[in-house]
Design a binder for this molecule. Structure first.
Ligand SMILES: C[S@@+](CC[C@H](N)C(=O)[O-])C[C@H]1O[C@@H](n2cnc3c(N)ncnc32)[C@H](O)[C@@H]1O
Length: 321
């Protein structure tokens, strides 16, 4: 596969963190970005990964890889993100040669990562009962050069099952009622053994799924919630704290030079005036201090705002023979 952007190539434009745009390169077209106009002709013939100059800045032109596609894809449904996806791929043991069943396809976010893990000799069968969604997903796989690794079927898997039997190493369900698909899952999984994962936002859905899995002799049933905390590392500049005698001395001298001791015979009024003056003098002393030296410390900063709960992942295993 060429690493050059060609007429018709899909390109992910990286404008900044969380600011990705998807375009298709087309000769003589112009795309407007916050960094000004981007001429498609400046893209065509360049290597993926290149920096492309716009009229008021630049962007990076990146290829469609699953991590970026998940962040940039057109949302037709709720989608899965990388924290959950990475755990799903690991726990379902998806590797080159795996045969995987997925329902529903949704926006194809997870599908792209599954395909990358099972290629070049595995296959994904993905089912979607919303016809437009299944057609759009099929078109995208074709545009991304993935058609040979995936079959998209427009089908209600709860009513009609998965069509195939005894073929799958792993099944993934992102459906509102996954427990109603368990009998179909048992048919499609290899008799020699296979893995299942279901994704559900609510714990009540998880309970019903687990009960049904248990009734059907699934083993190693466990549910996890995967939360991602990104820590930022950065240098912070702080004033050095000095406890030296010199500094104390400096402070005392400053205060003494402005001090007026109250006279014993002074009345309350006088006393109050003096106290006010002392306060004023103290604050002047503070401002008279030398500017303090600063030092840089490498610090880890936890997320101030964190994406919360997405859903629960329930994993299970079955060996039927
Ligand atoms: C939340 S989306 C899946 C998102 C997908 N995991 C992703 O990462 O892009 C759930 C999809 O399941 C589909 N769906 C719901 N019930 C279904 C059924 N019985 N058979 C097939 N697809 C179904 C819906 O139309 C929807 O597109």
């Amino acid at each position: 596969m060429t690493n050059l952007i060609q007429e018709g190539s899909k390109v992910i434009l990286y404008l900044g963190y969380n600011n990705l745009h998807v375009i298709k390169a087309k000769a003589n077209e112009v795309y407007q970005t916050k960094f000004g106009a981007l001429k498609h002709n400046d893209l065509i013939g360049k290597e993926f990964g290149s920096k492309i100059i716009c009229t008021k800045g630049y962007v990076h032109a990146l290829s469609v890889i699953p991590e970026l596609w998940t962040l940039a894809l057109p949302h037709r449904t709720q989608i899965l993100y990388m924290a959950d996806i990475s755990l799903i791929l690991l726990e379902l043991d998806i590797k080159p040669g795996s045969i995987v069943i997925e329902a529903g396809t949704g926006s194809g976010s997870l599908s792209h990562s599954i395909i990358r893990s099972l290629r070049p000799n595995g296959h994904l069968y993905t089912f979607e009962f919303h016809e437009l969604r299944s057609n759009l997903a099929r078109n995208e796989f074709e545009e991304h050069g993935l058609s040979q690794f995936v079959t998209v079927q427009h089908r209600d898997v709860l009513s009609n099952g998965f069509e195939h039997e005894n073929i799958a190493d792993a099944v993934f369900l992102d459906l509102p009622a996954p427990w109603n698909a368990i009998e179909h899952v048992m048919k499609v999984l290899k008799k020699t053994g296979g893995r299942l994962c279901t994704f559900s936002p609510c714990i009540e859905q998880v309970q019903r799924t687990c009960q049904r899995l248990h009734m059907n002799n699934f083993e190693e049933i466990n549910t996890v919630e995967c939360l991602r905390r990104i820590h930022e590392f950065r240098y912070q500049h702080r004033s050095k704290i000095r406890f030296t005698a010199d500094q104390n001395q400096e402070e005392i001298i400053d205060r003494k030079s402005n001090k007026r001791e109250p006279d014993d015979d002074d009345g309350d009024e006088e006393e109050e005036t003096t106290t006010n003056k002392k306060l004023k003098n103290d604050s002047e002393a503070t401002t008279k201090r030398q500017p303090q030296e600063t030092e840089s410390t490498l610090t880890a900063i936890g997320p101030l705002v964190m994406p919360g709960h997405t859903g629960y992942l329930t994993f299970a295993y079955i060996k039927q023979e």
